[in-house]
Design a protein around this ligand. Sequence first.
Ligand code: VGL
Ligand code: ZN
Length: 248
Amino acid sequence: MSFKPALVIVDVQEDFCPPKGALAVTGGRDIVPTINELLTYPFALKIATKDYHPHDHISFASNHPAPNNKPFESTVTITNPHNSEETQEARLWPDHCVQGTKGAELLSELDVSNVDHIIEKGQDKRVEMYSAFADPFTSPCVAESGLADMLRGAGITDVYVVGLAADYCVKFTALDAQKEGFKTWVVGDATKAVDPSSLDEVQKDYEKAGVTVIGRDDTQVQRVKDQSQKRKEQGAKAAAMAGVSVLD
Ligand code: VGL
Ligand code: ZN
């Protein structure tokens, strides 16, 4: 059975982290050593995503009139710009991850030298986009990132998701990855939530969808680590059968 894993690192950006992030998630910075360790493993593809909003983005409380514009509290109804019948209730946030600002940058301690691609999302001011694949509208979808094609093009079978925040962008990215046909694993130790008390609900959503939460020492992570060794052994075996010798 083929196994070709990808690592997707969601929104490990300054604005989602203490001490200065506009939408800081408690402990957000603490997951970086674990992610950097995962980045040294032989994933076939390593992708980092960035929430990357224009200043007039619909999810910013500052872009809505009082009194229904309290960050973290108020919600608004967003209508599909291509279909007035399709609507979605979305939470309002402080301004965050504005294109070109310090807050939108990936954490400097994240080892981006091991990342193959960076995907930006949330650029369309008309829609919220937690998932790194697409906005939540379906008839039709408004904004797609190209992530699904990138993963499929590389022959990926399994997607490992880490990053911020566990209850928003990580959750919707993992659910979409599974929906797109990839066996999806969330490395729980390498995520932090905006609201940790919501994680039981997130777990239920994952169970319904077939997404599995694992620890960093899980056998499924070990399986990724073992890849390079196995590939080498297979290569040596194939070469031996073909009658050639391989120098390591
Ligand atoms: C996120 C809230 C707003 C996230 C992005 O990355 O989880 N949360 N925008
Ligand atoms: Zn956002």
